[in-house]
Design a protein around this ligand. Sequence first.
Ligand SMILES: CC(C)(COP(=O)(O)OP(=O)(O)OC[C@H]1O[C@@H](n2cnc3c(N)ncnc32)[C@H](O)[C@@H]1OP(=O)(O)O)[C@@H](O)C(=O)NCCC(=O)NCCS
Length: 170
Amino acid sequence: MKVMETDRLIIRWLSIDDASFILRLLNDPSWLRFIGDKGVGTLEDARNYILTGPMDMYSRLGFGLYLTELKEEKMPIGICGLIKRDSLEDVDIGFAFLSKFQSKGYAYEAAVATLGYGINQLGLKRIVAITSKDNHDSSRLLEKIGMAYDRNIILPGETEELKLFTSKSK
Ligand SMILES: CC(C)(COP(=O)(O)OP(=O)(O)OC[C@H]1O[C@@H](n2cnc3c(N)ncnc32)[C@H](O)[C@@H]1OP(=O)(O)O)[C@@H](O)C(=O)NCCC(=O)NCCS
């Protein structure tokens, strides 16, 4: 299902047919460095990740992490979307693109649309984001879409201190 369209991108629901792309993305060096190893090493793992992550969230909440693809080529290049975690009170925005498609403005285009969708279509009053302290590209992108650094937090059961950003409207 298509959720959003921008100048260059289609943002749509993930399905298990996207498993080979997810396998590639979750093993991209930048994903492994800044998000971590999710243990997705096979197509079967990738299908399970899609089913128990994004697809489960669409059915429970009506939103989740979406696939971002180039409009013209219909080629998947990243994911961007909204996530409700048990460990955070507010919904957070997340994104990740294959290294090859970074620094081309695609992440910005997808993130602006996703933030607007959360606020205007889903009616969320506040959206947050979490990122590793050394993930400067992610922090810069969050600031560029109008979010502001709030404080450092440690999620329950974790040890790494993360930066928490919030959308400014409350
Ligand atoms: C975080 C991440 C999504 C940021 O994406 P990105 O590719 O750097 O973002 P963009 O391409 O939108 O912006 C990067 C730069 O490209 C520039 N750019 C290049 N071509 C552009 C174009 N045609 N249009 C607009 N901007 C363009 C932007 O101006 C921007 O520069 P700036 O930051 O100096 O302003 C990406 O680094 C990533 O996927 N990382 C791995 C996963 C990850 O860390 N996710 C976040 C977890 S919290």
